[in-house]
Design a protein around this ligand. Structure first.
Ligand code: PEP
Ligand code: MG
Length: 582
């Protein structure tokens, strides 16, 4: 029977395809191919994990009180015996050797085949014994995940989800990249919000997606056909023929509409009253340059480099990054490339969360972005060197994420200076005047924008985080999503303060948060004086269309009136009037 459910559409596109349900535990198992010289080491790691698992169970057995029923002790003994059985002590090792893969993946493959055997058993009692397999395998797996492989190996590209609509409880940005490599058609998550990094990434990777569909895992079955509308947030299970035809037609209409809007791609973004506006692209992967160029972006206003660090066991080296930035710059053919230094932390973790020993209570307020860069110079310096070296080859800018206090910024700038000296000593070329900018994402940075501008060449407003931190709303928590409001008066004041600081110093201020790519806000931002918009390439043609039809001097008078209002009702009325009647 056809049935529809509504979540939050975060990445547009209509997909019709079969469902694949995936639990979070399964997602956290890394899959890597190993060079032959590392196989012996990997086998030793697996054997150590087996020994660790046995010790763990023996410790538990040793702590069981004397009056505990015998079957509990037997239960642990059974698990100990299973650890000695060749299905777990020998076969995974054979898999590591034959498939040249990491121990976690080998164990997962063996677990899957054991579970299949149990599932096929007629006897209901024996069928339930698969829980024992799960339990024992999870014990080994947890130990393995806490002792990751130490050499540089690449995630395997084996396709497991090709063409499927993935249904899961949550998806990290790293998993989203992995899933795209594996060819998923779309995804549905139970949690998550539209400005989470996974959502931004889904848009960038072109994966239609719906988030916040509560209990989704229990609503669909593996291989059931669903229709997913990533714009409206609909998921329709078991569609009938009539519904299928309707959505096939809608898909075609959407494709045609997109072709229509990119007609303005060669037109400069000039307002009706002759103000030149820059429309730039946000990119997550070097390959995104293709769509940025196709759409007529005037350069890259934000390269989120942290994704280069994901789904691998060692961070990219200086040389590897140099090559990536060099190629990206080359493909931009003279247009500017703004490289944001790594913004890892919060919901953008390098490793699976299961491999971390401690999970911070408030990761978004924790060791993130330049805080992490300062704490881990070994991670940061190769990137800084690579960016500096590439600046010798064309217009490159450095963008520092999440600046929040001046002392911290000074430390980063000192590091930058030291790196320049080191390159000079080595005779390596770089642009000594490379523009260095900071992201305004924390209210403190917006309020003190002019103080930061004493040290920086430009600013870029990251509204995704600025809204999160100003309104105290977790970007990834769908329960508070309804409070995420770019039009909140406090948010608009902070944007205005930052733009005013830029004008005072005669230094550029751009915006690269999702707000810059939302055509509903374009006129308001023009009115506030924003002249540089950086956004996902797909939204650029529509934003440009609004720019072409706007008159900034008219808009700025109206926005100033809105900003001056200190009565909430009046503010809302003026804003509504501005949004819908002008
Ligand atoms: C932002 O916070 O607005 C931003 C552009 O950075 P990110 O979305 O990567 O946190
Ligand atoms: Mg941010």
């Amino acid at each position: 029977m056809t049935y529809a459910r509504l979540g939050t559409g975060i990445s547009s596109g209509v997909v019709i395809g079969p469902v694949r349900i995936l639990y979070r535990n399964e997602l956290e198992i890394p899959q890597c191919s190993l060079p032959p010289q590392f196989i012996a080491e990997e086998i030793a790691r697996y054997q150590a994990a087996l020994t660790g698992a046995k010790q763990h169970l023996k410790d538990i057995r040793g702590q069981i009180p004397a009056h505990t029923p015998a079957d509990i002790v037997e239960f642990i003994d059974t698990h100990l015996l299973m650890l000695d059985d060749s299905t777990l002590s020998r076969v995974p090792i054979e898999i590591i050797s034959s498939r040249e893969c990491n121990a976690e993946w080998a164990l997962k493959l063996q677990r899957d085949s054991l579970v299949r055997v149990f599932d096929e058993m007629e006897d209901p009692y024996l069928r339930t014994r698969r829980d024992d397999v799960d339990h024992v395998v999870n014990t080994i797996m947890r130990i393995l995940l806490n002792s990751p492989v130490h050499h540089s190996v690449k995630p395997s590209q084996e396709s497991t989800y090709s063409g499927y609509v993935l249904v899961t409880d949550e998806l990290s940005p790293a998993d989203a990249i992995l899933m795209q490599h594996q060819g998923i058609a779309a995804f549905i998550t139970e949690g998550g919000g539209p400005t989470s990094h996974t959502a931004i990434l889904a848009r960038s990777l072109g994966i239609p997606a719906v988030v916040g569909l509560h209990h989704a895992r229990h609503c669909y079955q593996n291989d059931e056909t669903v229709i997913l509308d990533g714009q409206r947030g609909w998921v329709i299970g078991t569609p009938d023929a009539h519904t299928l035809t309707h959505f096939h037609q809608q898909r075609r209409r959407e494709q045609n509409r997109f072709i229509e809007t990119i007609r303005n791609r060669h037109q400069p973004a000039v307002t009706r009253d002759g103000i030149n506006i820059s429309v730039l692209a946000n990119i997550e992967m070097p390959g995104d340059i293709e769509s940025a160029n196709r759409i007529g972006a005037q350069g890259v206003g934000l390269f989120r480099t942290e994704y280069l660090y994901m789904n691998r066991l060692l961070p990219p080296s200086e040389e590897e990054q140099f090559e990536i930035y060099r190629e990206t710059l080359q493909r931009l053919a003279g247009k500017p490339l703004t490289i944001r230094t790594l913004d890892l932390g919060a919901d953008k973790q390098i490793n699976n969360s299961s491999t971390q020993t401690t999970v911070p209570v408030n990761p978004a307020l924790g060791l993130r972005a330049i805080r992490l860069a300062l704490k881990e110079p070994d991670l940061f310096l190769p990137q800084l060197r690579a960016i500096l070296r590439v600046s010798a080859l064309g217009p490159v800018k450095i963008l520092l994420p999440m600046i929040s206090n001046v002392q911290e910024l000074q430390l980063i700038l000192r590091l930058l200076q030291d790196t320049c000296h080191a390159l000079q000593t080595q005779g390596l070329a770089f642009d000594p005047n490379i523009p260095v900018g900071g992201m305004i994402e924390v209210p403190a940075a917006a309020i003190n924008a002019d103080m930061f501008l004493n040290f920086l060449d430009f600013l870029s407003i990251g509204t995704n985080d600025l809204i999160q931190y100003t309104l105290a709303i977790d970007r990834v928590d769908d329960e508070v999503n309804y409070l995420y409001d770019p039009l909140n008066p406090a948010v608009l004041q902070l944007i205005n303060i930052t733009l005013m600081a830029g004008r005072k110093f005669g230094k550029p201020v751009s915006m690269c948060g999702e707000m810059a790519g939302d055509p509903r806000f374009t006129r308001l931002l023009l009115g506030l004086g924003l002249t540089e918009f950086s956004m996902h390439p797909n939204t650029l043609p529509e934003v440009k269309e609004v720019i072409l039809n706007s008159n900034v001097s008219q808009l700025s008078q109206l926005t100033q009136t809105i900003l001056r209002s200190n009565d909430y009702e009046q503010f809302t009325n003026l804003l509504n009037d501005f949004q819908y009647n002008h």
